[in-house]
Design a protein around this ligand. Structure first.
Ligand SMILES: [Zn+2]
Length: 160
C-alpha cells in the first residue's frame, strides 16, 4: 500500500477590490449575469462569466425547468456558449456569483461535479489551466486550475 497526497491550493481575498482589475471586471459581469438567471423554482440565481484569451467576456446564468433534470448551471451555460462562439479561443478564467433573496451568498458557491468536469474538459481542450473565481459576501476564493476542485479527474487519457 502507498499513500498519494494531492495538494489543493485556494487563494482567499476579503473583497473584490483585492483582485486584479481584469478579475474585478469578470466578477462584475458574473454578478450582472446572475440578475438575469431563470430560476423560478430554486430562487437561487447564479451567474458565470468566462474570460477568453482574446479578452472577450461571455456570460451565462442558471436556466431552470419544471422538469428539474433539464435545468442547466450557469457555469456550463457560459462555458458552452463561449466555446460555441469562439471554438478556437482558450478560456482563461471563469467567475461565479450566486444570490438568493438575501443578496449574494455569504460563502462562495462551488461549481457542481458536472461543471467541474466540463471545466476540466476545457482545460484539456486548450491545454491550459482555467482560473476559477468564486464570489461570496464573506470572501472570494480563487483556484488556479480545475485540478484544485476536481483532483483525480476523468480525462481523455482515462479512455486508454
Ligand atoms: Zn453545475
Amino acid at each position: 500500500m502507498r499513500t498519494i497526497e494531492k495538494r489543493i491550493i485556494v487563494y482567499e481575498y476579503s473583497t473584490i477590490w483585492d483582485l486584479p482589475a481584469a478579475e474585478q471586471k469578470l466578477l462584475m459581469a458574473s454578478r450582472e449575469a446572475a440578475l438575469n438567471s431563470y430560476s423560478p423554482y430554486s430562487k437561487f440565481n447564479v451567474g458565470a462569466a468566462v474570460l477568453l484569451d482574446n479578452n472577450e467576456i461571455i456570460t451565462g446564468n442558471n436556466q431552470e425547468n419544471a422538469a428539474f433534470s433539464e435545468s442547466l448551471c450557469a457555469e456550463r451555460v457560459a462555458l458552452f456558449y463561449a466555446n460555441s462562439c469562439y471554438k478556437d479561443i482558450p478560456v482563461r478564467a471563469i467567475a461565479v456569483t450566486a444570490s438568493n433573496s438575501q443578496g449574494i451568498t455569504h460563502e462562495p458557491v462551488k461549481p457542481c461535479g458536472s461543471c467541474r468536469q466540463a471545466l476540466m474538459e476545457t482545460e484539456v481542450r486548450f491545454n491550459q489551466p482555467v482560473r476559477i473565481i468564486l464570489e461570496g459576501r464573506n470572501k472570494i476564493q480563487v483556484f488556479d486550475g480545475v485540478d484544485n476542485l476536481l483532483p483525480f479527474a476523468f480525462k481523455p487519457d482515462s479512455l486508454g
